[in-house]
Design a protein around this ligand. Structure first.
Ligand code: ADQ
Length: 473
């Protein structure tokens, strides 16, 4: 739970705070604090007031944090939902913690609910929250939004508890995805695995319940981001970078250091660019900012080492006394300075291997000078590609192909840059974060399923001994 009064909280926190501020409401979730196992305070509910929004948070024990957050959420659901079965660790025990914490949250939340409250659940950490609430007799309207991709049926089916997870989605009245591709995966999964009936209007019937599902691509607050760009810190950053790189062409990548973001592939494409198009030597400079993320997990430590070694070798092989091809920074940039950096870049490289949406792509567009805009190179595997087809779309696995497109971006004439930027800006304005919030909440308000909320029997999740592949048959 982010404190919506702090501007550092960013786009999503701002959008949700807006929604809550207009009606008043409560933001419920993990406090971010871990208390020692068995210590008093474990699972204790804290509330504080932020304007007319109540922040209600629960602390987690070390064991619950490790099993629920690091274990099941980030070592099972995150890799599988990003198509990385090779990185998933289906260790027994994690599912128990995942269920235990969701049940703990449900219990704490249940005591705070009023009968006409609308509940909006966010993301993969909380898939079974609604079914736990329903089992406790909760009849409120509940919507769920998945911020990450939903993989195809056969990838999803690798999770030993896939059937239980997907059944839990049917405890909601509305389930929202980032893209049409995700919605299609949902529809195919439930029809193939749960014998669901598609009722039309994006409604599906399975497990004795009807759920509505839709694609609600998340956006950014374009006006807020443009105001940040024009503010002093943004402009200072912009001028500093413009001056520093006046004789060079600046390329930029910004993300969390995560294996879904395609960073090593991007570095290799940049290396190929320098090899194949030597006019970029001593000129093209890639600033790569990768903020630390989930550092206590093995796959992330491996990625950190790989990035350090790749950037070191590219700089060692191609660098000059007065020019380094890559400036790699393993840290955060202050949100108020980020737009200035985006605006100073000639090309943004947003090349995830898989991404639910990707807000960096949209922020980059919002921050550009429309008279002299930069070019967005975007992975076709980011959810954002469905809306932003006027970017230069790439397949990030294709190292040579991506290098060619980066060269095209660096060479793009002003007129074409302007024409593409105009279309992209139109898209991100039309589907901004306020549109996203309103369209989801309107769709949720329009669902009509009070009559069926109690009909389904919520099956217990499999216990450890039941989740081995042998028993899945
Ligand atoms: P993320 O995977 O975190 O989000 P993204 O959508 O790109 O990815 O959002 C990242 C946010 O953090 C942006 O606002 C960006 O400006 C900021 N940020 C990233 N790196 C930063 C850095 N080094 N310094 C400062 N700020 C940084 C998940 C899903 C996405 C989905 C979002 C929202 O994985 O696919 O778009 O949720 O639904």
């Amino acid at each position: 739970v982010a404190d919506p009064r702090k501007t550092a909280a960013g786009g999503l926190a701002v959008a949700l705070a807006d929604a809550l501020n207009t009606t008043g409401g409560m933001w419920f979730g993990w406090s971010g604090n871990i208390v020692k196992d068995g210590a008093t305070g474990e699972g204790e509910l804290h509330t504080q007031q932020a304007g007319n929004v109540t922040l209600a948070t629960v602390d987690l024990s070390q064991e619950d944090h490790d099993g629920y957050y690091l274990g099941y959420s980030n070592d099972v659901l995150w890799p599988v939902f990003h198509y990385r079965l090779d990185l998933a660790r289906f260790d027994a025990g994690h599912i128990d913690a995942y269920r235990r914490v969701n049940r703990l949250f449900a219990r704490k939340l249940m005591g705070l609910l009023k009968p006409d409250d609308i509940i909006w659940v966010h993301d993969y950490h909380l898939i079974p929250l609604a079914s736990e609430l329903r089992a406790m007799g909760c009849n409120n309207r509940i919507g769920f939004f998945l911020h990450i991709p939903l993989p195809p049926q056969l990838v999803l089916a690798a999770i030993p508890q896939h059937e239980w997870l997907m059944r839990a989605l049917f405890a909601h009245d509305l389930v929202g995805f980032q893209s049409e591709a995700d919605l299609l995966h949902f529809s195919r999964y439930v029809q193939a695995e749960a014998n669901a009936t598609a009722l039309g209007n994006d409604r599906f019937r399975a497990y004795n319940r009807t759920v509505r599902a839709g694609a609600f691509p998340i956006g950014i607050d374009v006006d807020e981001f443009q105001a940040l760009t024009r503010a002093k810190d943004g402009m200072d950053m912009y001028h500093r970078m413009k001056e520093e790189y006046s004789r060079r062409k600046l390329l930029l990548g910004v993300e969390r250091l995560d294996y879904s973001k395609g960073l090593p592939q991007r570095m290799r494409s940049f290396r190929t660019l320098l090899q194949k198009y030597p006019e970029n030597l001593n000129s093209a400079t890639l600033i790569q900012i990768a903020s630390p993320s989930r550092e206590d997990m093995g796959a992330y430590a491996d990625l950190l080492r790989e990035m350090e070694s790749l950037c070191g070798s590219i700089n060692g092989n191609y660098g000059e006394l007065d020019w380094m091809p890559i400036r790699y920074m393993h840290r955060n940039v202050a949100r108020k300075r980020l737009p200035g950096l985006y605006r100073a870049a000639r090309v943004a490289l947003v090349t995830p291997l898989r991404d639910g949406m990707n807000l960096v792509a949209k922020e980059f567009i919002a921050a550009q000078d429309e008279n002299d805009p930069g070019v967005l190179v975007l992975s076709r595997f980011a959810g954002a590609a469905e809306q932003l087809e006027h970017a230069l779309l790439v397949n990030p696995y294709d190292i040579d192909g991506t290098a060619e497109v980066i060269q095209q971006a660096l060479q793009m004439p002003l007129e074409e840059r302007q024409a593409r930027h105009e279309k992209l800006l139109y898209r991100i304005r039309r589907h901004d974060v306020h549109w996203w919030r309103k369209s989801f909440l309107d769709a949720l308000a329009g669902t009509d399923s009070t009559d069926q909320r109690n009909q389904v029997s919520w099956r217990k999740p499999p216990r450890n001994e039941d989740v081995s592949p042998v028993n899945q048959g």
